[in-house]
Write a protein that binds this ligand. Structure first.
Ligand code: ADP
Ligand code: MG
Ligand code: ZN
Length: 546
């Protein structure tokens, strides 16, 4: 029975996806074109915007997957403007809603938002508009929490539905429905009732999160299995991707960034991302001392100060903003020429979004990640409690560890697309300068590391990655060293890469412990330890230096 249902769903989704959604002779096509120009002052639609709007206007349930900045909002804003009734937009963050309302106000589109912070007057206006045929309100933005908690609102929605004033639901950041997503939000669960409560009212889900597993989960949650899924490409052909070893010495690292800003990125605008507030402040101070014009941005700064930094950057008074990931939402600067990651991102999704702030104008721009294994552990202690936090972090680590593959193809794999080297056109470090590398078997090193770990257990010590590497290289506490293990002939950085590779592949794993003030990550044998202990087992690693 389940199988029959799946078959029927498949048939349905195939038949709707075969339709030509790009046509321009729908009954609304003229209105749509006119509103695009007159209301939104936009000349041309971007990839997938027209098909999405046509499907939405045809009352299909749709999931639209498009990278951040691609223009998802217009896909429900424009249909809302040319429809008679009301569109409900569910959005997770007040700041996102405020940005959108501000944009719509500029274009004279009537929209309001409902949240716990809303004053009574505003709530009243919105509740009345829902059931007032003469109201010109087009969009209501609401948080999922508000919907789940407000019986009054749900009751008014029902009335609007009976009056046929409820045109559609747009659910922004729809991946928040799925537990597999990188930011699952329990309140999104409530949205599962929309389909049964408002039969026939179409749902448009929007996200920049692509994996099929998540999309299927979202469809189930919203009860729109087999709906039309439109997927834009995530390839950003004008972005050059590069990963560099981050020098262990702080001054050398600083000199590297100084050099980039003074030479390669001279007179160009960019962003430097750090993990912690402390790093952001310190790096800003250090770069300023070198005569560079940079601003600092993080969540602990006053709102006024932050907007001043932002406008100095927009106007070109600052060459770069040194920021935590708090700097992101609502950035509207087309000529960002470089994004430097002073530390790796916590997931590929984050990395894609952060690096993707460069080159919105389509001109050649650069993403550089400064990678060091030990930085991973700063992040892992921050993300490990999240169900898929570590898994996501290790994918980012793998991106940096890879010594040969096209960076672009690595990103493509993550978004379940296939791009080849020709799609890259030498727009990544590995395609530009292919390295000589060979596959080496690192299983014996793995067993050596296990020996060091056994010794640590015997002396009742836990090993952080740093202590493990020290012991391996004959440094640090003598009690942790194992004299029968030769000191590696390759550099310490290569040693770090070996450990990174073992970690990403389950031969090592992190072991978290709480101290009074922080969480500490130690390393121990991973789930694949039994395999590694077999002398015939091979652990292959593509590496240039070993
Ligand atoms: P997303 O939600 O996909 O991240 P947004 O909807 O916030 O992206 O749109 C990003 C920016 O692109 C906005 O400033 C929007 O006005 C602009 N935009 C959207 N569609 C177009 C278009 N067809 N032409 C020009 N600009 C557009
Ligand atoms: Mg958006
Ligand atoms: Zn490439």
């Amino acid at each position: 029975k389940e199988k029959l249902k799946d078959d029927a769903l498949l048939k349905k989704s195939l038949s709707i996806s075969k339709k030509n959604w790009n046509k321009e002779d729908f009954s609304w096509s003229k209105d749509l074109k006119k509103a695009l120009k007159d209301v939104f002052k936009i000349d041309k639609l971007r990839e997938l915007q027209l098909p999405t709007m046509n499907a939405v206007m045809s009352n299909e349930d749709v999931i639209l997957i498009m990278p951040t900045g691609g223009g998802k909002s217009l896909c429900y804003q424009l249909p809302a403007v040319i429809s008679k009734g009301i569109t409900i937009v569910v959005s997770p963050l007040l700041s996102l809603m405020e940005d959108q309302l501000y944009g719509l106000q500029k274009h004279n589109v009537k929209a309001r938002m409902l949240s716990a912070k809303c004053d009574k007057e505003n709530v009243k206006i919105i509740m009345n508009a829902l059931i007032d045929k003469k109201s010109d309100l087009k969009l209501i933005y609401v948080t999922p929490e508000y919907m789940a908690k407000s019986n009054r609102f749900m009751n008014k929605l029902q009335k609007a539905f009976e009056m046929k004033r409820l045109d559609r639901f747009a659910i922004d950041e729809v991946h928040c429905c799925s537990q597999w997503g990188h930011d699952f939000r329990p309140d999104y669960k409530f949205l599962g009732i929309l389909k049964s409560m408002f039969p026939g009212v179409p749902i448009l889900g929007l996200t920049a999160t692509a994996p099929a597993k998540i999309i299927v989960d979202v469809q189930k949650m919203l009860d729109i299995q087999g709906c039309l899924v439109l997927r834009a490409t995530f390839n950003r052909p004008n972005l050059y991707y590069e990963v560099r070893r981050k020098p262990t010495d702080k001054d050398t690292c600083l000199a590297m960034i100084e050099n980039l800003l003074k030479n390669r990125f001279k007179d160009k605008s960019g962003i430097i991302y750090t993990t912690t507030i402390k790093d952001a402040e310190q790096l800003t101070t250090n770069l300023r001392a070198l005569g560079l014009k940079v601003g600092c941005y993080h969540a602990m700064l006053e709102a006024d100060y932050r907007s001043e930094v932002y406008s100095k950057w927009i106007s070109g008074k600052y060459q770069a903003v040194v920021a935590t990931i708090a700097f992101g939402l609502g950035i509207d600067k087309a000529d960002v020429r470089f994004v430097i990651h002073h530390c790796i991102s916590k997931s590929m999704e984050n990395f894609y979004q952060e690096s993707g702030r460069a080159g919105r104008d389509g001109k050649k721009s650069v993403s550089i990640v400064l990678y060091r294994l030990l930085d991973t552990f700063k992040l892992s202690t921050m993300v490990f409690q999240d169900k898929v936090g570590l898994q996501n972090l290790y994918k980012m680590l793998a991106y940096c560890l890879d010594q040969t593959s096209c960076r672009r193809s690595l990103i493509a794999t993550h978004f379940e697309e296939v791009w080849t080297r020709t799609d890259c056109a030498e727009m990544c470090d590995h395609c530009r300068k292919p390295k000589e590398s060979k596959q080496v078997n690192i299983a014996s090193y793995c067993r050596q590391l296990y020996q060091i770990m056994t010794k640590a257990v015997q002396s009742k010590t836990r090993l952080t990655a740093l202590k493990l590497i020290d012991a391996w290289y004959g440094k640090g506490a003598t009690t942790l060293r194992v004299s029968s293990i030769p000191i590696p002939k390759f550099t310490r950085e290569s040693g770090e890469s070996v450990i990174g590779h073992l970690l990403v592949n389950g031969y090592l794993q992190e072991d978290f412990h709480f101290s009074a003030y922080s969480t500490i990550s130690y390393l121990k044998r991973g789930p694949k330890a039994a395999l590694a202990l077999d002398n015939n087992h091979e652990i292959l690693f593509n590496y240039e230096l070993l």
